[in-house]
Design a protein around this ligand. Structure first.
Ligand code: HEC
Ligand code: HEC
Ligand code: HEC
Ligand code: HEC
Ligand code: HEC
Length: 197
């Protein structure tokens, strides 16, 4: 529960304070005390919800890249840019060379494109932040899922072709439970060693 751990740190609550609070709740009986506790509980809940909403792991991308405009207006497909998605474990993030094929000079009035052109002029890779990631102890292969499993990108990544903003949060969190529940649905093994190798 990293979010709650973070929350508790941010709001100055610790395990000790939390326990003390709970025990005083069970002891209380007077109405005024109860309403105070009730209000505190609401406040605590609001703080936790607020925390969960603000201290997420949203990534800020260096350029406001739009998947939608590249698929609808520039006519590209997923594999044009994520070129190893059908052949390797990793889908790959396109490097500057891919962008430069079209953006060697300006195609629009967009200030975001101007940022890209600065990277092109310096021949410096755009420092995109990774959003979907499995830990090192987990094996995940795109080829296996996209080619053998014939799954659409959308089941795991959402409706990317409609994104006008860069990817900043996983549409479907990369958790063991999410992997396993789809495996159960498709009758695929959930043997520990198939994913942890
Ligand atoms: C096949 C050609 C092509 C490639 C490859 C391409 N773009 Fe574009 N890009 C375009 C076109 C055409 C526009 C103008 C689209 C419009 O006006 O709707 C554009 C517009 C943009 C814009 C301006 C805002 C917007 O989305 O309309 C940004 C930023 C951008 N591209 C970034 C990138 C990046 C980053 C890459 C590499 C990962 C890339 N482009 C690769 C053709 C391309
Ligand atoms: C079964 C779920 C699933 C499907 C289907 C899927 N992905 Fe992924 N994708 C993931 C997971 C999990 C990761 C993180 C993998 C890692 O850390 O190695 C990921 C990572 C990525 C990344 C990050 C860069 C990289 O090198 O891996 C891109 C880009 C990507 N996927 C694109 C796609 C595209 C395009 C498709 C469809 C052709 C697709 N994915 C289909 C689950 C999926
Ligand atoms: C013009 C090249 C281009 C095309 C075409 C393209 N992408 Fe991307 N994609 C990018 C770039 C650049 C990023 C990094 C910026 C971002 O996160 O939005 C990215 C990021 C992603 C990510 C997040 C990767 C991560 O974990 O950080 C996913 C998932 C993804 N793309 C899926 C798709 C899917 C699905 C399609 C087809 C519907 C597609 N992309 C088409 C360029 C492209
Ligand atoms: C949306 C459904 C779905 C999700 C989500 C999913 N998988 Fe799968 N996975 C499949 C299917 C279907 C196959 C079988 C592909 C085939 O026919 O070979 C598979 C196969 C596999 C295999 C090969 C199993 C074997 O037979 O040895 C591994 C490893 C694997 N997945 C890991 C993962 C991991 C790790 C995640 C989460 C990060 C994940 N999968 C998420 C549907 C899914
Ligand atoms: C379908 C793929 C898959 C299978 C099968 C699987 N795991 Fe995992 N496991 C993952 C992924 C993905 C993560 C990392 C994401 C997360 O921590 O939720 C993970 C994380 C873990 C962790 C680390 C948790 C943490 O908090 O860091 C342990 C321990 C673990 N798995 C044990 C197991 C055991 C034991 C089994 C067999 C009963 C198993 N896994 C089967 C995909 C899988």
């Amino acid at each position: 529960m990293p979010i709650f751990a973070k929350c508790r740190r941010n709001s100055g609550l610790n395990n000790h304070g939390f326990l003390r609070y709970r025990s005083s709740m069970t002891l209380s009986s007077s109405p005024s005390k109860r309403s105070f506790l009730c209000r505190s509980a609401v406040l605590l809940l609001a703080m936790m919800v607020g925390c969960a909403l603000t201290s997420d792991d949203r990534k800020i991308q260096p350029i406001v890249y739009s998947h939608k405009s590249h698929i609808e207006n520039a006519g590209l497909t997923c594999t044009d840019c994520h070129s190893s998605v059908q052949t390797l474990a990793a889908a790959s993030i396109p490097n500057l060379e891919v962008c430069r094929n079209c953006h060697s000079e300006s195609l629009s009035e967009s200030p975001e494109e101007a940022k890209l052109l600065k990277y092109v002029a310096k021949a410096a890779e755009v420092p995109w932040e990774r959003v979907y990631k499995v830990p090192d102890h987990v094996y995940f292969s795109h080829r296996r899922h996209v080619v053998a499993g014939r799954l659409e990108c959308e089941v795991c990544h959402g409706n990317v072709q409609q994104f006008t903003m860069p990817v900043s949060l996983p549409e479907i969190p990369v958790t063991m439970e999410n992997c396993m529940s789809c495996h159960r649905k498709h009758n695929v093994t959930n043997d520990c060693l198939s994913c942890h190798r």
